[in-house]
Design a binder for this molecule. Structure first.
Ligand SMILES: Nc1ncnc2c1ncn2[C@@H]1O[C@H](COP(=O)(O)OP(=O)(O)O)[C@@H](O)[C@H]1O
Ligand SMILES: [Mg+2]
Length: 280
């Protein structure tokens, strides 16, 4: 009788999306992937932003790109040839995208094939979505199991995130074929208490009232992010900062762990405990 070997569970696909550009998706995809990998989870972060190619710069591996996601989709390279192994974290990999090809190079069948292959090998597959709600963004979310909707505390960003939440509920494989939902979380980035106090930005409560999905974390506006991205370092791999602590706490919540509110920047006593519920 043949011995049946227990099959390892498939990796989880998490899309980092937003609608609006420049809100911090790529920064967050890099930080979340690095934080997951630091905890020992085998993680790959994929750049879906064909033509822009920001992720490999933020990850500090732009000089190591030979083949990319599009080459793999088009059969010009094997996945193994395109994956870049991070030099700092043993369990972290990057699948860069192409700077030159047109966006139609990303096909639904191609994306599904690559993701299925990655799901066999990785615990987490983090998809960095392009801005907008067009084809590229829709393909980045289509095969997702979970979504992190990156939002800034301002009306235009929240409105775009709300649209994206609508797409996540209807235009994904889970919604169309499986009748299940993509689990969505909000990650509020570039939070600036001074601008909120001055009435220039929305409060966290205001944002959550509109979006009505659980809050994964609040990332402060921070020069540590700029410094880290200038040297090609996901912020959680750089020196400790309020921003890196906030990303670590967000990843703990993503993993369903309890988060000690003292671990987070707490300008207003009680604010974080209130927002994240009793378990936070
Ligand atoms: N929390 C933050 N504080 C300060 N600057 C930030 C923060 N998050 C992102 N940025 C900056 O905002 C810009 C856009 O970020 P990026 O992650 O590329 O956004 P997106 O991928 O959504 O277009 C970058 O210059 C980035 O360094
Ligand atoms: Mg980006």
């Amino acid at each position: 009788m043949t011995q049946l070997k227990a099959k390892a569970p498939l990796g989880k696909v998490i899309v980092i999306t937003s609608g609006k550009g420049g809100v911090g998706k790529t920064t967050s995809a890099a930080a979340i992937a690095a934080a997951l990998a630091k905890r020992g989870h085998k993680t790959v972060v994929i750049d879906f932003d064909v033509g822009l190619r920001n992720l490999d710069m933020i990850m500090g591996c732009e000089r190591r790109v030979v083949f990319d996601f599009i080459n793999v989709i088009q059969g010009e390279a094997r996945l193994k040839q395109a994956l870049i192994h991070d030099k700092r974290v043993e369990t972290l990999w990057i699948l860069p995208t192409s700077q030159t090809r047109d966006k139609d190079a990303l096909t639904e069948e191609g994306v599904e094939k690559v993701l299925n292959e990655l799901k066999e090998q990785f615990d987490y597959i983090i998809c960095d979505s392009p801005a907008g709600i067009e084809r590229g963004a829709q393909l980045a979310m289509y095969f997702a199991d979970e979504a992190v909707v990156v939002t800034n505390p301002e009306v235009s960003s929240v409105r775009d995130s709300d649209r994206v939440l609508g797409l996540l509920a209807s235009k994904t494989k889970r919604a169309e074929e499986e009748g299940t939902e993509v689990e969505a979380h909000v990650l509020l980035t570039r939070h600036d208490q001074r601008r909120i106090d001055a009435g220039e930005m929305m409060t966290v409560e205001d944002v959550l009232e509109i979006l009505a999905v659980p809050l994964l974390g609040v990332i402060p506006e921070s020069t540590a992010i700029l410094r880290a991205s200038n040297v090609g370092m996901p912020v959680v791999l750089d020196e400790p900062s309020a921003a890196s602590r906030s990303y670590e706490a967000a990843v703990s919540r993503l993993l369903g762990e309890e988060v000690d509110p003292r671990a987070e920047r707490e300008k207003k006593p009680g604010l974080f405990s209130r927002l994240f519920g009793a378990s936070a």
